[in-house]
Ligand binder design. Sequence first.
Ligand SMILES: NC(=O)c1ccc[n+]([C@@H]2O[C@H](COP(=O)([O-])OP(=O)(O)OC[C@H]3O[C@@H](n4cnc5c(N)ncnc54)[C@H](O)[C@@H]3O)[C@@H](O)[C@H]2O)c1
Length: 351
Amino acid sequence: MSEPLRVGVIGVGAVAQVHLQAYRELPTIKVVAAADPQAERLAEVASSHSLRAYASAEAMLAAEKLDIACVLTPTAAHEEATVACARAGVNVLCEKPLSISIDACERMIAACREHGVLLGYGASYRFLPAVIEARRLIQSGALGDVLLMREFAVGGTGPAHRGTLGPHHFPLGGPGGSGMGLIDHGVHLIDTFSWLIDSPIRSVLGRGNIAGQTQRPEFMAMEFANGAIGHLLYEDGTFPTELPAEGHFSWGAGWDVSGFVEPGNWQSQPGCIHVHGTAGALRVLHYGNHIYWTTRHGTRQLPVPGPAMPGNFTMQMAAFAEAVRTGQPAPVPGEIGLAACRALLSVYANA
Ligand SMILES: NC(=O)c1ccc[n+]([C@@H]2O[C@H](COP(=O)([O-])OP(=O)(O)OC[C@H]3O[C@@H](n4cnc5c(N)ncnc54)[C@H](O)[C@@H]3O)[C@@H](O)[C@H]2O)c1
């Protein structure tokens, strides 16, 4: 077997913990270095994962001979880090959202193209086994024509406890809001819905929050080229309506409106994509790693082959590393992140 590819991570915050845990499973790569200006956090992560530590991406890129850099910074810093990697000739796997403006996404794609490196977009939902299985079922025709897909994240403990992300994630005056809001979470679903039915978005309607302004409920309705509808609804400054016994044990870790959930825990509001078709419907508990399939014969639970979150991050990197190794296109290229960003931002433009 060839030598493992050398990987560096840029940003060692919350999501980096998940990436680093997930990458331990992969013999094809080795994470060797990490960069983050927060010295204390960096030292802790570098020591627990045996990584060389750098105060900036530039310093890491200058000192290390990397094959891949993972951009795991807040969204506002994605462009700068990605362009720095491209200029250093390092392939980039960038977290979602690709950026907060179309122009920035285009500059990131152009820089990677110009310097001959791959830009992979972190569409981690495309690697969740329950989502992959749902797509397989939909593509097989088991649901007939898909009419509608929806996911809601509505709950919380009142407006004082919203999970609003600060200006280092989303600069004031632009799109912003909560970690379980439209720009941060909805961007996953915009792409996932389109991917589930292999149909691009034709038009959108909605309302999204602005960083620094009073947060309000967010929604987005999408019409796809094949006529299906997608619907997202977000509000984490209210209270849930679920009753105490409603919920699910989650096989995987993941995020919901109450925060981060460890595998095996009870979730009263598990993340769930509902897919409704002319011949059946699916409840896809993407992090929970469960699928329920309802037809006119009743409802049954389907086995979900594959490891739950963080296994999706393992699969995402495995696919990207294989593309780097073999000189193939990125499995989920930057253009997919641009398309999701374009659809999301058109909500703001239309408003
Ligand atoms: N795929 C998923 O399911 C998922 C889940 C959570 C977060 N995310 C994404 O991951 C990204 C990071 O989110 P997070 O929750 O880990 O944020 P975080 O605030 O917890 O961590 C970000 C880290 O990046 C560092 N940083 C900031 N600017 C930097 C720079 N220029 N160079 C190097 N390091 C820098 C910060 O010091 C911090 O340690 C965001 O884009 C977010 O949307 C994705």
